[in-house]
Write a protein that binds this ligand. Structure first.
Ligand SMILES: Cc1ncc(COP(=O)(O)O)c(C=O)c1O
Length: 396
């Protein structure tokens, strides 16, 4: 029996595919610092469990396909703080940002259609689009430009009759880049001119450093019918396992149709929605605290990387990732070697090879993504291990 072409063409997650090497290293008694995955170590705010514990029900019923009203209202209020106005019917709760992006791709693309995506991009975009036979067309961005977008002309040259939209995360994973307002305006102009949807993945919004702000794409006027925002509690509120996200759009026709996808999977987990509503109501001071913590970690990692000969890195301004060029031919081989053959006093690190974050073959081979999701002490230790590992690897 043969499996579908679709599933066979899908790539294994580059973030997770080296996990067996880490498991083996741990079995051999090594401690592994996981800088490969965006799993923050920050405590999920206690209001999440408090809200769930206070939820009085005898039966855990199906929730509404659109989502729990208490959560939808909390998301509307979250945006209203930035003068962005969504009505409850503009929101649909999803199983994480992942399902939100998948739903958006299904809703706007036919099989074989294309989405423009700045690369390097969050590698699971390949999964969300591949599983519904949508093709990603990369807009290549470069480290030396701080992973900012190329010119309007260069982007427009990639548009074909099959292009249905532009998908990007802002702040960016894996780049940590925050789009400037002129770039956001440019995306809006292109979308209007070429009748494209904009899928603005804002799961890292609020994590912006050095006094910058990652504005929501919804702050740009005139693109209401084009814009789909995907949201999540995973990163901002350190609640990855809650699996709560949302699609937000003023396009009534789109939302009416997306509800059919919601109905087809019945609903999102009821209790986690109750907890997530409390997260969205946390004051701005919470986001500030988180942002300051990640900025401090970013500084530790960036300063340490500057000291390592042959490592090239741009200072990221948001999210909790950075892409680094390593003085090796093949970053994946180096990462595996670190797990299999290297440790400092029984400790080693795991990074993500960056190649899987590019759609263009050959790009990113000597690059890795570092997720600075561990506390400052651990990040400091991890950088020392990386420095010693690179020296040993290149002296073999
Ligand atoms: C840019 C980006 N978008 C979406 C997601 C999906 O997040 P979740 O499904 O946990 O909300 C992630 C997770 O790492 C991400 O980095």
């Amino acid at each position: 029996m043969k499996l579908s072409d679709r599933i066979q063409a899908m790539q294994a997650s580059p973030v997770r595919k080296l996990v067996p090497y880490a498991t083996k290293a741990k079995k051999a008694g090594k401690k592994v610092y996981h800088l490969n995955i965006g799993q923050p170590d920050i405590q999920t705010p206690s209001v999440f469990m408090e809200a769930i514990n206070a939820y009085d029900t005898e039966v855990i019923k199906y929730s509404f396909s659109q989502g729990e009203p208490i959560l939808i209202d909390a998301i509307c209020d979250y945006f209203r703080r930035d003068d962005i106005h969504f009505e409850p019917e503009d929101i649909l709760i999803t199983n994480g940002g992942s399902e939100a992006i998948t739903f958006a791709a299904i809703a706007i693309c036919n099989p074989g259609d294309e989405l423009l995506v700045p690369e390097p991009f969050y590698t699971n975009y390949n999964g969300f689009t591949g599983e519904v036979n949508v093709n990603i067309v990369p807009i290549t961005t470069k480290a030396e430009d701080g992973f900012h977008l190329p010119s309007e002309k260069e982007i427009e040259a990639l548009i074909t009759p099959k292009t249905k939209g532009i998908l990007f995360s802002n702040p960016g994973n894996p780049t940590g880049t925050i789009l400037r307002s002129d770039e956001m305006e440019m995306i809006a102009r292109i979308a209007i001119k070429h009748h494209l949807f904009i899928i603005s993945d804002e799961v890292y919004r609020g994590m912006a450093f050095d006094g910058l702000e990652a504005q929501s794409m919804a702050s740009i006027k005139g693109i209401e019918d084009h814009l789909i925002i995907t949201e999540s509690v995973s990163k901002r509120y350190s609640a990855c396992g809650a699996r709560i996200g949302a699609i937000c759009s003023h396009n009534k026709d789109l939302m009416k149709n997306i509800l059919k996808l919601g109905q087809a999977r019945l609903c999102v987990a009821t209790l986690e929605q109750i907890g997530a509503a409390a997260l969205y109501r946390l004051p701005d001071s919470y986001t500030k605290e988180i942002r300051d913590e990640y900025q401090a970690r970013r500084d530790i990692v960036f300063d340490a990387l500057q000291q390592i000969p042959g490592v090239l890195v741009q200072k990221p301004t948001g999210a909790f990732y950075m892409v680094v060029k390593l003085p090796v031919d093949d970053a994946e081989k180096f990462i595996i070697w670190m797990l299999e053959h290297f440790d400092v006093n029984g400790e080693t690190i795991m990074l993500s090879p960056a190649e899987g974050f590019y759609a263009t073959k050959g790009l990113g081979k000597d690059e890795a993504r570092i997720a600075y999701v561990l506390n400052k002490d651990d990040m400091q230790k991890a950088m020392k291990i990386l420095q010693a590992g690179l020296l040993a690897y290149n002296n073999q």
